[in-house]
Design a protein around this ligand. Sequence first.
Ligand code: ADP
Ligand code: MG
Length: 260
Amino acid sequence: MQQLVALHANRQDPARGSGPLIDLRGVSKIYETPAGAFTALSDVDLGIQAGEFVAIVGKSGSGKSTLLNLVAGLDRPTSGEVVIAGTPVHATGEDRLAGWRGRTVGVVFQFFQLLPTLTVIENVMLPMDFDGRVPVRQRPRRAQRLLERVGVLEQADKLPANLSGGQQQRAAISRALANDPPILVADEPTGNLDSQTADAILDLFADLAASGTTVVAVTHERDIQRRGARTLKIADGRLIDDSSAAFAEVPETMEAQSHA
Ligand code: ADP
Ligand code: MG
C-alpha cells in the first residue's frame, strides 16, 4: 500500500500516544426486542493496536457481528466506551460519525455487495466520490492501483456478475480501501467462497495487516490458525479467550535478553 496516496498521514492519533487504535471499555450491547431486552454483548474490554490482524470466532448467535460492528464504529454500545482512532464513538452524534466512518473504516461483506449496474472500477471509485478527498482526476488511477494490489486489475471494466466469487471479494476489498482507511473490517468475508479461494482472501488480509492496515474479521477458527492472527473467542456475548493474552507474559529468557 506504500505506493498509494496516503490519505492518513498519521494513522495513530498522536494525542493518544501509543494507546490502542481501537479501545473498548466495559462495553455492553442490549437489543430491545418485542420479547424484552436481549444482552448480545456483556462488559467487553478490548484494545486493538494499529496494524494488528484480529480474528473474531465463536458459534452462531454468540455476538460476533455485534462486536465487529462496535469495533468498526458501525454501531454504538448501550453502555461503556468505544474510542476509535481518537474518536469517542459512544459520545459522537450519528451525523458526524457518518463522514468519519467513510474515512476511517473499510467494510467487507460476506456477499460482496458490489453495485451490479456499475463496473468494477466504478464500484471502487464510488467511496472516493462520497468522501471527496481524492481529487477527481486522480480517482481512476488510484482505483486501478487498488485493483492491481488485490489482483483483479484485468476485471476493471467488467460488471460484477461477470466475475467469480473470489474476484468479486477482491474487488470489494479494493472498494473498502478506496479512502485508505486505517481500519478494515470484514464479517465472514469467506463464508461464500470455496476453501482455496477463502485461503487466498485471508492471505490478502494478512498482507494488508503486514503493511499497516488494522484488519478485524469474523471468520472460522481453522482459517486463521496458520496465519498468526490474534484470535478473540466469544461465547454468549462475552469475550472468553484472547490469544494475545498468551504473549502478554514475557518468558524469562526473553526478559533477560531485553535487559541485556
Ligand atoms: P453472530 O454474528 O455471532 O452470529 P450476532 O452478533 O449477530 O451473532 O447476534 C448475537 C445475538 O443478538 C443473537 O442472539 C441475535 O439474535 C441477537 N441480535 C443481533 N442483532 C439484533 C437486533 N438488531 N435486534 C435484536 N436482537 C439481535
Ligand atoms: Mg454474524
